[in-house]
Design a protein around this ligand. Structure first.
Ligand code: ACO
Length: 398
């Protein structure tokens, strides 16, 4: 009932679709979602299988190139990414311009956009090789920049990337090592980190990806487009939800308080929503949430904290909501970020870094869509509006 279709003079139909509920803005071959059945496929492969059998860098290759790599292609790709992990020394100086207590997403918006100022050599967006190099640089540098945000916030020196580590291991090491002590990564935690990256890698035309495509449609350089995606991701209705879930679970504080929060979420007069619940496309279980829950159990089991109070609250909250007619009728299920925060917290990552980790993971989706846009005939994106303002009137005479 929100769709108002009206004739537009000579240009065919004019469709009014607030929130783009039923308007496709592009064709894409990257990711398929069936929200009613809870299916998510990347280049045809189910997310559950990729999370189980693949790893993040292989998924990056798949999203960018359309096919899984051979063993040799994978080795070359991993090596190429390793060779781009450092960031320019001058870029490190940017961090000092931010307050130490700045939100890391605010810093990410700035420093990722600033990459445009350093890598002039590959900015011909009509050249497929240049586009490929931009993608490699972004995939490689995001963990370095993300870890630098964290180190800056706690006043510790930046740690350089290490090319003999895997992608996830390298990230954790840059986060938690110091010049005095090397972080020894637990393989279960490394696997969980890699899985979080994989589960967030792409999700077709969500708000941030659409933002990247729209910014890209003007011919803007890719680093600036990804910075626009980071800004769009930050909100609590999108990528900011993982941070909001943990804050909510901490606020609930005790299983006994769950009914009060459920009641608030149902109250039309209260703007509170159950964070990590609901999705624009899924009207069924988010398939990523199931893998996330399993990973959460593995991590807490490994660390011997299965009785984590937040996990208990989350599990009980999910049970209660899934039996409540309000959530059942609206088909509101846990989404990918309902359990990710508990895993990240157990790994030792502070809440303020959660959305940064989402941005790091989603960079491959953003750049794959940006590349797809530029690889085929395209035109600038230019949504229309339904004007509801004042009628033409004359400027008052003196
Ligand atoms: N808690 C309580 N009620 C909810 C919730 C929720 N989390 N989500 C939706 N609803 C209700 C709405 O109030 C509305 O009820 P009504 O029909 O009585 O008015 C109905 O369900 C439909 O909701 P919409 O807002 O129309 O759904 P929309 O598709 O626009 O929004 C969204 C989807 C933003 C994800 C929403 O479900 C939400 O705010 N969830 C919480 C935030 C969150 O977890 N975001 C992460 C999304 S996944 C991601 O980006 C990784």
């Amino acid at each position: 009932d929100v769709i108002d279709v009206r004739p537009l003079t000579s240009k065919g139909l004019f469709t009014y679709d607030p929130g783009f509920v039923s308007t496709a803005a592009c064709e894409s071959q990257i990711t398929y979602i069936d929200g009613d059945k809870g299916i998510l496929l990347h280049r045809g492969y189910p997310i559950e299988q990729l999370a189980e059998k693949s790893d993040y860098l292989e998924v990056c290759y798949l999203l960018l190139n359309g096919e899984l790599p051979t063993e040799q292609q994978k080795a070359v790709f991993n090596n190429t990414i390793s060779n781009h992990t450092m960031v320019h020394e001058q870029l490190s100086a940017f961090f000092k311009g931010f307050r130490r207590d700045a939100h890391p997403m605010a810093i990410m918006c700035g420093v990722v956009g600033a990459l445009s100022a350093f890598y002039h050599d590959s900015l011909d967006i009509n050249n497929a090789h240049h586009r490929e190099v931009c993608a490699y640089r972004l995939i490689a540098k995001m963990p370095t920049l993300a870890a630098m945000c964290y180190k800056y916030s706690i006043g510790q020196p930046f740690m350089h990337p290490r090319n003999d580590n895997t992608y996830a291991e390298n990230f954790l090491r840059m986060m938690f090592s110091t010049p005095c002590a090397d972080y020894v990564a637990n393989p279960i935690l490394v696997r969980a980190m890699d899985r979080i990256f994989t589960l967030h890698a792409d999700h077709e035309q969500n708000a941030s990806t659409s933002t990247v495509r729209l910014a890209g449609s003007s011919g803007a350089n890719p680093f600036a487009c990804i910075a626009a995606g980071i800004a769009a991701l930050w909100g609590p209705a999108h990528g900011g939800a993982n941070e909001a879930v943990l804050t909510m679970l901490e606020e609930i504080g005790d299983e006994a308080n769950i009914p009060e929060f459920i009641q608030r979420a149902k109250d039309p007069e209260d703007s509170f929503r159950l964070m990590g619940f609901g999705h624009r496309v899924y009207r069924n279980f988010d398939p990523r949430a199931k893998v996330m829950k399993k990973t959460c159990d593995e991590v807490l089991g490994e660390l011997g904290i299965e009785n984590d109070p937040l996990l208990k609250i989350a599990t009980r909250l999910e049970e209660i909501a899934l039996e409540d007619p309000y959530f059942v009728e609206r088909k509101l299920y846990p989404n990918v970020d309902f359990y990710s925060g508990i895993i990240l917290k157990a790994i030792g990552i502070p809440t303020s870094m959660f959305t940064v980790i989402f941005a790091l993971s989603r960079t491959i989706g953003w750049i794959s869509h940006w590349n797809e846009f530029h690889s085929s005939p395209n035109r600038i994106g230019r949504p229309r509006q339904l004007y509801t303002g004042a009628k033409k009137r004359d400027y008052p005479s003196a």
